[in-house]
Ligand binder design. Structure first.
Ligand SMILES: [Zn+2]
Length: 264
């Protein structure tokens, strides 16, 4: 109780500051989504960005300097996801690590006794359940400047954090009502299997086939499509679109359309 009182007081102080004109310029030139949101949503986005930037720790990796452009772009895209959610600012994300581009992760798997397998894999981003979000800046910047492909790394990794909020990493974030939870389970299951079938048969799909790997990845890639190719998603997956609309409490298909790049 005391904690939330302090937190709210601190946030009121953050919001009493004027939104910097340099940040506004970054939104206008770097973030395509800023041009399609309604005026009230743009105002809410600016507030959310101010709180988000003030409350997170930012670390540049492999020589990347954390500039205002990096902070505002990442904060703006993460904030798009939570515009309709009540009083949530990704409290489960403390640190954001940003690499200039793809990074290599070395993993060691024990096999038996002293034997171990060393693996290297290239990654664009990660979300750790009790740790940081990791992002590649060139991918973030390209997604921000040119929305409409149905792909967005920031949406993807922050969707994982929404999913993890209830302690489970299973493609089912906290549901506001029991009725929605029941429909969520049925519809997500049907659509996940539909994507798996398409993937097996080699059919092209609007939703990234990577989502067929497991339900948690499915929720993340559908979130990318929902906010980045919303009109196409409403046309091709109306039931899934309406389900996400109830969860996110936003209607992105009503935004002016981005240039149609989602057709593969
Ligand atoms: Zn993922």
């Amino acid at each position: 109780m005391l904690f939330s009182w302090w937190k709210n007081r601190r946030r009121r102080r953050i919001l009493a500051e004027t939104f910097p004109s340099a940040w506004l310029e970054i939104l206008r030139t770097e973030v395509g989504h800023y041009h399609v949101l309604s005026q009230p949503d743009c105002a809410k986005l600016r507030d959310t960005i101010q709180i988000f930037i003030a409350e997170k720790d930012w670390e540049g990796c492999r020589g990347l300097e954390i500039t205002d452009t990096v902070r505002v772009t990442v904060a703006a895209l993460a904030s798009v996801l939570i515009l309709g959610l009540h009083d949530f600012y990704f409290e489960n994300v403390q640190t954001i690590l940003v690499y200039p581009s793809e990074y290599v992760v070395k993993q060691k798997h024990a096999i038996v006794g002293d034997l171990a397998l060393h693996e290297e894999s290239e990654r664009l981003g990660e979300a750790h359940s009790n740790g940081p979000i990791i992002l590649s800046w060139d991918e973030v910047q390209a997604n921000a400047r040119e929305p409409g492909f149905g792909e967005n790394l920031v949406f993807h990794e922050f969707a994982h954090k929404l999913d993890m909020r209830n302690g489970e990493f299973d493609g089912t974030p906290d549901m506001p009502t029991r009725d929605l939870a029941e429909r969520w389970s049925r519809i997500m299951n049907d659509e996940f299997r539909r994507l798996q079938r398409a993937e097996r048969n080699g059919r092209k799909t609007l939703i990234d086939p990577y989502g067929a790997s497991d339900p948690a990845e499915f929720f993340a890639v559908v979130t990318e499509c929902y906010f980045d190719a919303p009109q196409a998603m409403r046309a091709e997956h109306p039931v899934l679109y309406n389900l996400f609309r109830e969860y996110y409490q936003q209607d992105p298909a009503a935004w002016p359309a981005f240039p149609d790049r989602a057709v593969r």
